[in-house]
Design a protein around this ligand. Sequence first.
Ligand code: PEP
Ligand code: MN
Length: 266
Amino acid sequence: MKDLKLTALADRGKTIVKTGKVEIGKGLVIIAGPCSVENERQLMETTQKVKEAGADILRGGVFKPRTSPYAFQGLGLKGLKLLEKAGREFDMPVVTEVLDTRDVSWVCEYVDMLQIGARNMQNFSLLKEAGKANKPVLLKRGMHSTLHEWLNCAEYILHEGNPDVVLCERGIRTFETYTRNTLDLSAIPSCQELTHLPVLVDPSHGTGRKSLIEPMCLASAAAGADGIVVEVHIRPEEALSDKEQSLTPGEFAAIVKKVRRLQEFL
Ligand code: PEP
Ligand code: MN
């Protein structure tokens, strides 16, 4: 990893990434919200519930990277306007995924943080564009990427002049089929010792199973994550994407309570 400037800075103290009023890299930040923004009622009700439960940042996809072109692709601009409204109404910064270089600059007008998803981790044009943006970037780990490849992608963003990069482990592809992905918890302390960037964990995509999200949230906190990202839906059974892994607001609230209690011992 000697070729990376960001790893060379690892012992210079942690980078704190500010999005809205929230500082990532201090304490444990909780990002929650639906996989996809579906309609106003779904987003507003979900946002209210995750806020009440103690989430710090709202997530919601409006450009969805779906396996099938016939699956729900997201609401696009209409969804961004809803995210902006929900963020304002509930006083929460908002993060959403961008898939296309052409969308980076105008999407920044609606949200507080951009996400580059696992499938686009090595989309170098997108990384460079995000590096020119004036918003922090949540960079998910590609599902078949080594830490070296992942950190080089963060480096692309930093190299363009954007210092606000947050890493997010979301599971990698292995031979295991019980879980959707294999959540690599060792990536947390590895990234913490290799870089100065905050490291989050997404146990929703990391496991794809509701029952595993709580233990993986707790394990992530114990392993030194700077935060967690969890998918929550007001009515998971009706979700247009990732319904199997979406938690009810009640399930989410119970996890937040346990994670906060665990934090007192860390
Ligand atoms: C998401 O966060 O909605 C998403 C698609 O995640 P990933 O890129 O980790 O699959
Ligand atoms: Mn999802």
